[in-house]
Design a protein around this ligand. Structure first.
Ligand code: OSB
Ligand code: MG
Length: 370
């Protein structure tokens, strides 16, 4: 596969409703999209870095510069056997995993199209449909949150995850459980607590949660292992699983019983598959996390979720929960049973709305190979 050029672009997309986590509120997304031009085929990738370096150290501006100055020049003009091989070419750059993932994943999309294979098959998936959950942000009132949960359950979603932080946790979970005693419920703290709060975190055990996601520091594994010993609720790690080695360490130390895989967080599909395999070998179920993606990242998450060990519902939900109009056709739809059907078409199975993307573009640059 000859990589002739890489196009970077930034688009702006307002969210239908703000999304708030323990680290802040987002009203509108700045999304960095990449196009890999390979032998007449265009592969698309989305960088999941946020508007600010609050979820992790990466953000839109750092990703833009890293891709423009280092990553795109490292692959443009090269001929690769497979998309996976691009990781080695980008390996000199430390970190910047979301930036690397955007580029590697665009190449996977191109490879799938060149081979006329569905992306999910190229990744080694087996599922023909995937179970979906929703992540619901912090609201202005508990009543608004309850209303939102009601809407999502009626839409068919199979797992409700709510964001928590000190001051928006026990009372909120109590309210949800008093209304719905049996739904599959989990919470995500995005690193809002410390180990000193173990007594407080232990009170979450009464709510029969499927998991508590990333209660402690974003870079920590060891103290999560200490915490997991004190809780009956399963810990799920998100932020601190940067690669397959971190996943192996988390499993070995008992830092979690579930892992959230985000392809951007671990640096691309190649590493995501490795994380999946480590977890599968150790009987740790995984699910696919989300980063408020546009349709391109969403389609990639759907393809990844077809791997065997993605046995729990992911944060992979319908386009319309986020966007007035998504940039793919058809938009991502979720059935009344809370499932997404997997397409057998080559690539992601979703057409890119290039005209709409052009209208939403605020900057664009192309890096060509020699
Ligand atoms: O921790 O999973 C998270 C969104 C932005 C940053 C971090 C997270 C999230 C979500 C949203 O929970 C998941 C989604 O895209 O629906
Ligand atoms: Mg999370």
């Amino acid at each position: 596969m000859k990589i002739e050029a890489i196009t970077l672009r930034e688009i702006r997309m307002p969210l239908v409703h703000f999304f708030e986590t323990s680290f802040g509120r987002t009203y509108s997304r700045r999304i960095l999209l990449l196009t890999a031009h390979c032998e007449g085929v265009d592969g698309w990738g989305e960088c999941v870095a946020g508007e600010d370096p609050f979820y992790s150290s990466e953000w839109v501006e750092s990703s833009w510069l890293t891709i423009l100055r280092y990553l795109a020049p490292a692959v443009a003009g090269r001929t690769l056997e497979t998309a996976r091989d691009s990781a080695v070419l980008m390996g000199r750059v430390r970190g910047h995993r979301m930036a690397k993932a955007a580029l590697e994943n665009a190449l996977w999309d191109a490879e799938a199209k060149l081979k006329k294979l569905p992306l999910w098959k190229l990744l080694g998936g087996i599922r023909k449909e995937i179970p979906c959950g929703v992540s619901i942000g912090i609201q202005d009132s508990v009543e608004q949150l309850v209303e939102k949960i009601h809407t999502e359950l009626a839409a068919g979603y199979r797992r409700i995850k709510v964001k928590v932080k000190p001051g928006w946790d026990v009372a909120v979970l109590e309210k949800i459980r008093s209304r719905w005693a049996d739904i599959t419920l989990s919470c995500d703290a995005n690193s809002a607590y410390t180990l000193d709060q173990v007594e407080h975190l232990r009170t979450f055990d009464q709510f029969n949660l499927l998991m508590i996601e990333q209660p402690l520091w974003d870079d920590d594994i060891y103290y999560h292992a200490r915490l997991q010993k004190e809780l009956s609720t399963a810990i799920c790690l998100d932020e601190s699983i940067w690669n397959a080695r971190a996943a192996a360490q988390a499993v070995e130390t008992g830092a979690c019983r579930i892992i959230n895989i985000k392809v951007g967080r671990v640096g691309g599909f190649g590493e995501a598959i490795k994380v999946h395999n480590v977890c599968q070998q150790n009987k740790i179920p995984v699910w696919c996390g989300g980063m408020l993606e546009s349709g391109i990242g969403r389609a990639h998450n759907i393809a990844l979720s077809t791997l065997e060990n993605f046995s729990l519902p992911g944060d992979v939900s319908a386009s319309k929960r986020y966007w007035k109009e998504d940039i793919i056709d058809p938009e991502v739809q979720v059935s009344k049973q809370g499932m997404i059907a997997i397409s057998d078409l080559p690539g992601t199975g979703y057409r890119i709305k290039e005209d709409l993307i052009e209208k939403l573009t605020v900057r664009k640059e192309t890096v060509r190979g020699n």
